[in-house]
Design a protein around this ligand. Structure first.
Ligand code: CA
Ligand code: CA
Length: 357
């Protein structure tokens, strides 16, 4: 049965069972009221546009942050300009991101960067940047090598596969191995951006990729979004936006994933960053998904940063570190910390740098 037929059948059933609409509302609203809770000394990152977006940010060990900007995603307000990758040296007090020079042989016109992940090859300290790219709204992974001397990227290869059809985020585990989330089941823009949201079915999954083997390793998510790995590489974390949970999965020798538990985080969490020294999870979240997908500048979507400590213990500590009603920053999608500072990125708005204390 084709995907379209399945959609029509389920849509018809949904009409018959109206409570689905109630569930739908519940899922898209984490809380009815958002109380602002700001951090000290927040400033917008320089050089990024007011509306360029900074959907994903990751920071490597020496304090170098990578930022993906310019995402165009169905159903979300469009960002300014084309896709770019910025880098920010968090040890430099000027806190000024620099646009990375892109290789000449790379198609910049259609570059539409989404989730990112960095892998450092310890044998020679080469830094690889993995970028989810959606040229013409398709999904593929671009593998770049980062050249620190002249702040440029060298394009190593493009990875495509039929199982990588609606990729949101990735976590790299080797020079060409990674786990990736597919946030939707459909690839057609209308079905993905409208019908599927309305149906809210657990059709989203996690895929393992290596040149030798590609397989679905975990499924049953409503919208699998951010993905990351524990510092000891033993566990994978996946944010399921629509059920306001972060899933903990154990990695097996064959790279399969076994569910351990799901932790309630009280918001529609997007990307996940893991603090290397503590193992804490930092989540950029959407307190109100409806406001995000039905954008109204007079009633903008807010932002929330949530931290999860001791996630493997019996009592993980979930804390809301930052909250804003959208007057300062709309649609936060990622939060990453280094040296007492917190970077907050957003789907289509600015990026902030705040002091944690
Ligand atoms: Ca990421
Ligand atoms: Ca994401």
């Amino acid at each position: 049965m084709g995907k379209l037929v399945i959609a029509i059948v389920v849509a018809a059933l949904s009409v018959l069972f109206g409570e689905r609409m109630v569930n739908f509302r519940k899922r898209f609203l984490a809380s009815n009221e958002l109380v602002n809770s700001h951090l000290p000394n927040c400033v917008a990152l320089k050089n990024l546009g007011e509306y360029s977006g900074s959907e994903d940010i990751t920071i490597v060990g020496n304090g170098r942050a990578f930022i993906s900007t310019g995402l165009e995603y169905p159903g979300i307000p469009v960002t300014d300009g084309t896709g770019k990758i910025f880098s920010l040296d968090m040890q430099d007090p000027r806190m000024k991101p620099v646009e990375l020079r892109m290789p000449r042989n790379f198609d910049l016109e259609s570059f539409n960067p989404h989730g990112i992940s960095v892998y450092t090859d310890e044998t020679d300290d080469t830094v690889y940047l993995f970028v989810v790219n959606h040229p013409q709204h398709k999904s593929q992974i671009e593998l770049f090598r980062f050249v620190e001397d002249d702040l440029s990227l060298v394009h190593v290869k493009t990875i495509t596969h039929e199982l990588l059809y609606s990729v949101n985020d990735i976590v790299a585990l080797g020079v060409d191995t990674f786990y990736a989330t597919n946030d939707h089941y459909f690839t057609h823009e209308f079905l993905k951006g409208f019908v599927e949201l309305l149906l809210a079915q657990p059709w989203s999954n996690v895929v393992y990729y290596s040149p030798e083997e590609v397989k679905v390793v975990s499924e049953g998510y409503y919208i699998a979004n951010g993905i990351n790995v524990s510092p000891d590489k033993g566990h994978i974390y996946v944010a399921d936006m629509l059920v306001h949970e972060v899933h903990v999965l154990e990695r097996k020798e064959d790279n399969g994933l076994v569910p351990v538990k799901a932790v309630a985080v009280g918001s529609l969490c997007d990307n996940i960053e893991v603090q290397p020294d503590t193992g804490d999870l930092w989540l950029g979240c959407h307190p109100n998904g409806l406001k995000l997908f039905m954008f109204d500048p007079k009633n903008p979507p807010g932002s929330e940063v949530i931290r999860v400590q001791n996630i493997h213990s019996d009592e993980p500590l979930v804390t809301r570190v930052y909250a804003d009603d959208g007057q300062v920053i709309m649609g936060s999608s990622v939060a990453a910390t280094y040296g007492g500072k917190l970077l907050i990125g957003s789907v289509f708005h600015k990026a902030l740098c705040c002091d944690l204390e």
